[in-house]
Design a protein around this ligand. Sequence first.
Ligand SMILES: [Zn+2]
Ligand SMILES: [Zn+2]
Length: 253
Amino acid sequence: MGVPTLGCTCAVCTSADPHDRRLRPSALVRWNGPEDGGPERVVVIDTGPDFREQALRAGLMRVDAVLYTHAHADHILGMDDLRPLSFAAFRESGPIPLYASPETAEVLRHVYDYTFSPQATYSHRARVQLEPLGDRTRVHGVEFLRVPVLHGEMEIAGFRFGNAAYLTDVSAIPEQSFGLLEGLEHLVLSALRHKPHPSHATVEQALGWARRIGARHTWLTHIAHELGHEETNRTLPDGVRLAYDGQSVAVTL
Ligand SMILES: [Zn+2]
Ligand SMILES: [Zn+2]
């Protein structure tokens, strides 16, 4: 829902700590910046309703591909804001590929009918193209592994890239997926709050998985207003911390 949460005046929603202001979850994987001498490559994981604001904050100048975890509003409703970047991408190499499961693609086609319908006549629609999300997706030489996780009754996608993984909206991790999560330096893992929720992990559940996966750093994301940044961090074990908006970590791809 984002923090502050609409209509709420709790301590976290009214906190003066900038770490307690949370836009909807999303991740940006960026490599080969000008400092490495190559063309910059950018993969975005989910384009939620805050995508435009996040892209501005991150100084996003291009997008090479988008990977979708699932089709809930907080993960897809910023897709249309890809438009200006997609016009540039289209001139360079073609539409921006949006990798999505069949279920996610169906919702995207429905919500963005004016973009995807073969009858679409809107000339300024995003230059994007739905592509099936397989077990492995390669973007300019970097491989993104799909890591199946459960979000309530629904199987959704997490992603592993190099020595990092991004798992959001998790309520359970299937046994086979643990094998895809070995040797991680950074694990981003969702933890909504302390109180149980049917389709999101509690902090305690997330800590159990974090211990088993054993990444050097685990960053909790998709955090509701029940969890204040500073006070929650004081209770977390070494190696586990709440993530915050705009946070960036170096990963090896
Ligand atoms: Zn609140
Ligand atoms: Zn979500």
